[in-house]
Design a protein around this ligand. Sequence first.
Ligand code: FA5
Length: 344
Amino acid sequence: MRERWEELKEKALRELEEARDLQEMEEWRVTYLGRRGALTKILRSVGKLPPEERPQAGERANRVKRELTQAWEAKVEALKGRAIPPEERIDVTLPGRKPLLGTIHPVTRTLWEIYDIFAPLGFQVVEGPEVEWDRYNFELLNIPKDHPARDMFATLYVAPPYARSQEMMLRTHTSPVQIRTMERFCPEPIRVLIPGRCYRYESVDATHEWMFIQVEGLAVGQGITMADLKGVLTAFARQMFGEERKVRFRCDYFPFVEPGAEMAIDCIVCQGEGCRVCGYTGWLEILGAGMVHPEVLQNGGYDPGSYTGFAFGMGVERIAMLKHGIDDIRLFYSNDLRFLKQFS
Ligand code: FA5
């Protein structure tokens, strides 16, 4: 008799464990604890036992019934707590929602391409601050306060209440980092690329933004000549825009280089024939460059008697526009996904 109780209890608990919802719990209750359930039947049979066995058997039967009832109640509570209202139920058969993946911005992509071209030539990337002192943005680059070259850079000044003078500004180009890099590396030779945001107080149009990205190049060492500048920049232009590209260097003026030059490539749209994109000249200007001015070398700590160097600066948006045939710079910063998705 005793074994029967234990067996029944074990079996009942095992099945209770397997019940997954309230419906199955009810079926279990009817099977074991119901009026015609297994337990009730055995309880009834206690009466048929010899009188001396009845008290003990009755007590055991009641204990098992209590235990099973408690186990059932506990599980019903647990299942109720987990019950999810129909409107919150998840339909696992529905197709999943695709996460919206971002892509690399075309300007960043172009910048990375530029790094990839210059890295094998030994150029490492360094950065500098976007909020800059007049000293670095202008003075140490050979542009003193009253110099007309300041007109080339429509400047956004940062004037905190305590600074009456216009000493601090949003940098107008990445060239100030030339000085910062020379101060840091002197007297070691330098080969660096300097990317970063620049700001100018300009009216925005298809080719001008008030915020844009430049990448500057600077090489300083002994025996560096204009031939190195031309060789490096020609290699860059051909890797970026195609091996068949022609390049043109013409004199240009920047106070921090001497001699100064602008570099152009033959128009990638009309192959130099003349079209709307190149203004019917056959050429597209892509950057400003030159040999680092002796004053500037000195300002950076290098002796211009034994060191020379070259520098260049280009607008990354303009390079990306030429490369991908984009006719309006504003597209880069208007957050239009239809435009940006084309570069994924
Ligand atoms: C400079 O800023 C010089 N610092 C470049 C330089 C460096 C010359 C080292 C010599 C040696 P410039 O003002 O021309 O030069 O600007 C360089 C490039 O930045 C331009 O060719 C153009 O591609 C880009 N740029 C200038 N202004 C804007 C603008 N408002 N919007 C978008 N791109 C611009």
